[in-house]
Design a binder for this molecule. Structure first.
Ligand code: S3P
Length: 428
């Protein structure tokens, strides 16, 4: 149940116990629908309760002419069709906008991509500049959305050296490379989530990642497929941190995506002293799937984070700040200035919010320094950002605040539409 009003008040839970099935991993779901649209044949994607971001990708593909039906609850059928000119509303979803821009660079049509106020504030020149190298015409609005892409049926293959480890930029370049004749090479400064590589390879596309470079040989078309989208490890992260910080907690999650490039938080929390078990139960698809169990009750240790590990933790960093605020010694995050260009400036939003609930916080250009203060009641501005809303719901539930007043609980549905139901289930 989403709270009736979007503002909501949260307090520490007496205990946290239960077994959860998480919403579908949005990184995998976005790609599954886009790759299905390019596959030339009918494909099936199974997933329950997608968040709003995934629904934005589905709506955009439909607008382009792709047939997508939820044939029965949770079973989505996709029939690829020749695509047409369109104006696309990507909502709040940067992944939708950047991956679709990459796809459109390799299609002979014109499309304009737009989104909500948050998405219009995010940088699009980076992706535009990369796609122009394939021969596509890409026009941004002062570096932002609305962004118009006029693609080419046979874009040029490109050699791209990304200055940031961004899976969205890598995915956009790879999508353009599918239509190009020859090798597209994309190098990143460090590891990033590798769903593009795993999924396209599973769909028969010649793509490999070695030594920091992804190489795709085109032209190539993903084969039609049937795919069950696993539970979102970033949604699991909320419960990993909530349970880790709570004296009476044991939460089990089943059907979770266990791609190692998404498990940065598991390793980090283990380093801080948390008891977490993961067990792979299914390796039939492109990604390992399994269960995760977390138990609370142990004191956590301070931690310093920076460098290459940041990209594999990127969506989890607001929750990491909450974990840091449970420890008396200071923890630091560096090299995370990408957080400033997510759905909101997540460094600014976390620093402001943690201060409001009594933590000791120092804002750094590229991160923060955080330690335990005196937990208090605070009003939190989410800025409409799902990860900020969930991080402070976790902070209150785990007792890092005595009370949290969230200005917008509804925005959690961007990635985790069943978050409030799951919170009620484990605190019952
Ligand atoms: C995503 C990549 C990440 C992440 C986003 C989803 C993806 O962004 O923050 O939520 O699906 O490719 P970057 O790796 O581009 O920073």
């Amino acid at each position: 149940m989403t709270p009736a009003s979007t503002a909501t008040t949260l307090r520490p839970a007496a205990r946290l116990r239960g077994t959860l099935t998480l919403p579908p991993d949005k990184s995998i779901a976005h790609r599954a629908f886009i790759f299905a649209a390019l596959s030339g044949g009918p494909s099936t994607v199974t997933m329950a309760t997608p968040g709003r971001d995934v629904l934005s990708t589905i709506a955009c593909l439909r607008e382009l002419g792709v047939e997508i039906d939820e044939a029965s609850p949770g079973r989505w059928e996709i029939r690829s069709r020749p695509m047409r000119h369109a104006t696309l509303d990507c909502g709040n979803s940067g992944t939708t906008m950047r991956l679709l821009a990459g796809m459109l660079a390799g299609l002979p049509l014109r499309a304009t991509l737009d989104g909500d106020a948050s998405l219009r504030a995010r940088p699009m020149e980076r992706v535009a500049e990369l796609l122009r190298r394939t021969g596509a015409e890409v026009a941004t609005t002062d570096g932002h959305a609305p962004m118009t892409v006029v693609g080419r049926a046979s874009p040029a293959p490109t050699v791209i050296d990304l200055s940031v480890s961004s899976a969205q930029l890598l995915g956009a370049c790879a999508l353009a490379g599918l239509a190009a004749t020859g090798e597209t090479l994309i190098t990143t400064p460090g590891p990033t989530r590798d769903h593009t590589e795993r999924m396209l390879a599973w769909m028969g596309v010649p793509i490999r990642r070695a030594g920091g470079t992804t190489t795709l040989t085109g032209p190539a078309r993903p084969r039609a497929f049937e795919l069950a989208v696993p539970g979102d490890p970033s949604a699991a992260s909320a419960w990993l941190v909530a349970a880790a910080l709570h004296a009476d907690a044991e939460i089990r999650m089943e059907g979770v995506g266990l791609n190692p490039t998404r498990l940065g938080l598991v390793g980090l929390l283990q380093r801080m002293g948390v008891e977490i078990e993961t067990r792979i139960t299914d390796v039939a698809g492109p990604e390992p799937i399994g269960e995760v169990v977390v138990r609370g009750g142990r004191p956590l240790e301070a931690v310093n984070i920076g460098g290459a590990e940041v990209a594999e933790l990127i969506d989890e960093l607001p929750l990491v700040a909450v974990a840091m605020a449970s420890v008396a010694e200071a923890s630091e995050l560096h090299d995370a200035s990408e957080l400033r260009v997510k759905e909101t400036d997540r460094i600014g939003a976390m620093v402001e919010g943690l201060r409001a609930i009594g933590a000791n916080v120092e804002e750094l250009d590229d991160g923060w320094r955080v330690s335990r203060g005196t937990p208090s009641a605070g009003a939190i501005r989410t800025h409409g950002d799902h990860r900020i809303a969930i991080a402070f719901a976790v902070a209150a539930t785990a007792g890092i605040a005595t009370e949290v007043e969230l200005d917008d609980a509804d925005c959690a549905a961007v990635s985790y539409p069943t978050f409030w139901d799951d919170l009620a289930a484990v605190t019952r």
